[in-house]
Design a protein around this ligand. Structure first.
Ligand code: ADP
Ligand code: MG
Length: 237
């Protein structure tokens, strides 16, 4: 049973300046995610999912409350320290991949290692291992623009895992994929969880949450409305 907290939110609120009337984007959110958990943040559009994810990734700061990730008080970091924190602690996967088409697949995947100062040879060996594990090693020298959506998302996952982050964040990672590729990415997230990776998946898709996470945090109007156990967790018992 995993015990170490990877994410701890305590009384976190965020209100955007441009939206001074109405409820805050996130209100008094408290939450603990432990090492090895795969958690979905589920809610309709506008419920505060991206706000929550940005606060966990140190891309934004709360107006109240604290955010701690792998022992780092993220909510107190300045911009440069937050960037270092992300490099060391967070792997991120997005709906639209955010790959650099001018670079080869390998160079996309090794980029986070380069930024972290890893030796080039070490980074290339790790990239080759990741591409092989994800079944896309034959595309190592291709440019991402030549690949299918599903293949591109695998490259994005390899890049996210490059620096062995304690936390993988995925924001609607199947949102731009056809259903077969979406199922592949869903299976991949499930495998990463089985290997012990802590995963937080942001989605509005309940079936996806059920397919690859063990716990769902339901957001509604900026509040945590429920925290439930998924069938994947039941099946593992
Ligand atoms: P979700 O990701 O669940 O769709 P968001 O976290 O993006 O929700 O948004 C939560 C609420 O905050 C929404 O009402 C949205 O319109 C508002 N919001 C999000 N980002 C901003 C911003 N930069 N400025 C003003 N309001 C914002
Ligand atoms: Mg969003």
């Amino acid at each position: 049973m995993p015990t170490t907290p990877v994410i701890e939110l305590r009384g976190v609120s965020r209100r955007y300046d441009s939206a001074s009337d109405g409820p805050p984007a996130l209100q008094d959110a408290s939450l603990t995610v432990r090492a090895g958990e795969a958690v979905a943040i589920l809610g309709p559009s506008g419920s505060g999912k991206s706000t929550l994810l940005n606060l966990i990734a140190g891309l934004d700061r709360p107006d109240a409350g604290t955010v701690t990730v792998d022992g780092v008080r993220v909510s107190g970091l300045g911009e440069a320290a937050a960037a270092r924190f992300r490099r060391a602690k967070i792997g991120m996967v997005f709906q639209f991949f955010h790959l650099l088409d001018d670079l080869t697949v390998t160079d996309n995947v090794t980029l986070p290692a380069q930024l972290a100062g890893m030796a080039r040879g070490t980074a290339h060996r790790r990239a080759a291992e990741l591409l092989e594990a994800l079944g896309i090693d034959r595309h190592a020298r291709a440019h991402p623009g030549r690949l299918s959506g599903g293949e591109r998302q695998r490259v994005a996952v390899a890049r996210a895992l490059m620096n062995r982050p304690p936390l993988l964040l995925a924001d609607e990672p199947t949102g731009a994929l056809d259903s077969a590729s979406g199922n592949d990415v869903s299976a991949l997230l499930r495998e990463l969880h089985a290997d012990g990776q802590t995963v937080v998946l942001v989605t509005h898709d309940e079936a996806l949450a059920q397919a690859c996470t063990t716990r769902t945090i339901h957001l509604a109007d900026g509040r945590i409305a429920a925290d439930t156990t998924n069938s994947l967790a039941e099946a593992a018992r």
